[in-house]
Design a protein around this ligand. Structure first.
Ligand code: PEP
Length: 251
């Protein structure tokens, strides 16, 4: 299984800035990318095509949409469909990111509908899950992860190609805070996530990638990526500079 090294650029970068960072990244990484690693960038929608065009000829580089709606087209002002993402060069879509859950108010059911719809439309999907600090302090981590996984995957067909679905464990208290989950916390959450995935999809869930996200930096990535059941990383802040993300990708 290839490790998925993913960048979430959130609401940062104009078209030109995104194109420049993508070019820098390809220049720093393309020739050195190990065969067992894959690079994925989620730029803002307006820069998808520009980043995809830069990545075009480079093997092992993909782009994805940070969000999408559950219809092909229609009167849904401000929304975007999986087909539109694919048309702009995306092969991946992100669902359930903590900022969509906790800032934009998406609930488990909507995240589940998006995940199933994106997969049905041919996107590969990275479903994000993760607990709030209050939930961790209350000893409710497993309860929250299980609820988010079962609701997030409720309508995904059991015969789905496992390589098309990844889960990102991102403890909300570690996102953008500089505070990283410790190795034991990551290993425990990933093992639990794997157990729930196996209970839903059977043994083939061992082929699904589980990423860690939350203040991953060039200096901590090598240790994190070597942990059991860590099949990649999802990086926000430290992915915005090509130089810093290149060191994460190659860590
Ligand atoms: C994220 O946006 O998914 C993320 C993990 O952000 P950061 O790396 O900045 O914590």
């Amino acid at each position: 299984m290839k490790k998925l090294m993913a960048a979430n650029w959130k609401m940062y970068k104009t078209w030109g800035e995104a194109e420049a960072t993508a070019g820098e990244l390809v220049g720093l990484v393309a020739d050195a990318l190990p065969a067992d690693r894959e690079v994925l960038v989620f730029p803002p929608f307006t820069a998808l095509k520009a980043v995809g065009d830069v990545f075009g000829p480079a093997a092992g580089f993909s782009v994805g949409g940070q969000d999408f709606y559950t219809e092909e087209e229609g009167a849904f002002t401000g929304e975007i469909s999986p087909n539109m993402l694919k048309d702009a060069g995306a092969s991946f879509g992100l669902t359930g990111h903590s900022e969509r859950r906790h800032v934009l108010g998406e609930d488990d059911a909507l995240v589940g509908r998006k995940t199933a719809y994106g997969l049905s439309q041919g996107l590969k999907v990275v479903l994000c899950i993760g607990e709030l600090i209050e939930e961790r302090r209350a000893g409710r981590v497993q309860e929250v992860l299980e609820r988010q996984l079962r609701a997030g995957l409720a309508d995904v067909p059991a015969d789905m190609d496992p390589e098309r679905l990844s889960v990102a464990y991102e403890p909300v208290w570690a996102i953008g805070t500089g505070e990283v989950a410790g190795p034991a916390e990551i290993v425990e959450a990933h093992a639990f996530t794997r157990k729930i995935l196996v209970s839903i999809f059977g043994e083939k869930a061992n082929e699904m990638r589980i990423l860690y996200g939350g203040s991953v930096k060039p200096g901590n990535c090598a240790e994190i990526i070597a942990l059991d059941n860590v099949d990649g990383v999802l990086v926000g802040g430290a992915s915005l500079q090509g130089e810093s993300f290149s060191r994460i990708v190659l860590a």
